[in-house]
Design a protein around this ligand. Sequence first.
Ligand code: ADP
Length: 487
Amino acid sequence: MNATRADRVVQLGFETAWFIDGAWADGSSESNIDIQDPSTGEVIAALPRAGAEEALKCVEGAERAFRHWSRTSAIERAAVLQKVEALLRSHREALAQLTVLEQGMPIEAARANVDYAASFFRWFAEEARRIYGYSVPQPDPRRRIHVDYFPRGVAGVITPWNAPLASPAKKVAAALAAGCTVVLKPSELTPISALALAWIVSEAGAPPGAFNVVGGDAPAIGRVLTRHPAVRTISFTGSLRAGRRLYSSASRYIKHVALELGGNAPFIIFDDADLGRAVENLVRLKQANSGQICVTANRVYIEATIFSQVEKQLVESYGGLKLGDGFASGVEQGPLISASAVNRVAGLVEEASQGGARVLCGGRSSDLGPNFYPPTVVSKPFSRARILSEEIFGPVLTLLPFENEEEAIASANETDARLAAYAYTTNASRLHRLRRELQFGVVGLNDPRPIGCESPFGGVGCSGIGREGGREGLLDFMDVRTVGEYA
Ligand code: ADP
């Protein structure tokens, strides 16, 4: 093992063990899960493969902590969340390095991810104080009706590997602000940042049991979370397949479920757009996390009159990104999470190519290692190619020409995975129509990043239910109680 890389794992005060009811606990299992550095394939840490037994301890701890935490004042919870924000910021560099190590993204992007995670703790610290109920005037003057919001109970949070710190942070900050306690199951591929977050939340003064982290046997842990009566909300980010399974299992116990299941984002460039800006924004959007983010552009629609020109610019700009180890200076795109992710992406490109698409750059394995795949531009795939209907989740730009606005909008909307959509134009009335007609949860009009802690984020259709961030982010963790008082 490369000591200088692996040493970064233990810079902070957490242990490489699960965090259960306020203590670092080894699993009872004989077997371990190895955490690999996606750039080098080296094992950087090992954690015991925990299962139902440990998950149950987490839920019981969270249930005990809920009795106290749910009754704290908003200002008390806000103070803990503000401290979490401060600690995330003061450990920014170490946390960013952990993200590079376990996830692979370039260090600059990892730093931005720490800032992003911290912003949610700040936002929800502020929002905790604004959980206002209201009173409703009644026909009978002797009756008063009050509408109150209450924390729902223990939240079961399940997160993926693409944003090992920010993905848990978004959900955990909202849950704790609402007065819920949390059992987090991070991805087994990238659990270390979640352990660092557990340490920080505990240092910030959250009581034992308020935030637990456990992983290993995902289905067994998922079963405990979806079945235990104390868990009232399941908040999940990941694949449609796993989301469906959890939704179905939670339905038996009538749990509230929030799902963020990924997208198939269109990116439309009209011929009246500021082309320099559209190309630059698209390349930055696609570069982020090697295309492994659910809001990245999956299908790029370019007006036929400017197709060749934009195609050329994209090949130059996107194809020229520097690929490499996230710690190396000047690297703009890191590895994919695993060799099987590379094979999946390569398979989509191969199928499009065999069906007649032109692969204008990339599209081949990299001598940097089995997890690297270069920025690739695929032009004009056939209409039923899987690269258009599946979430690519890799560094591939897929380009398609269109003739007019109506066709562009209809093609853009041709998906069930309606998380994000983008369009670039300088025509004001067209912008107005796009705002109405693009049927997605998040729409960027000349805007490559219409997301942040202040606004609700989530999909429509098969892309999910519920929202992270914004005022709405708290609602996934709260019940509404109507209280009548009769004089
Ligand atoms: P991805 O393709 O992004 O890894 P997954 O949906 O497979 O998406 O994984 C997202 C998260 O869901 C991970 O933490 C994974 O361990 C977890 N997960 C997958 N299947 C289940 C399940 N049946 N029960 C609980 N968690 C699950």
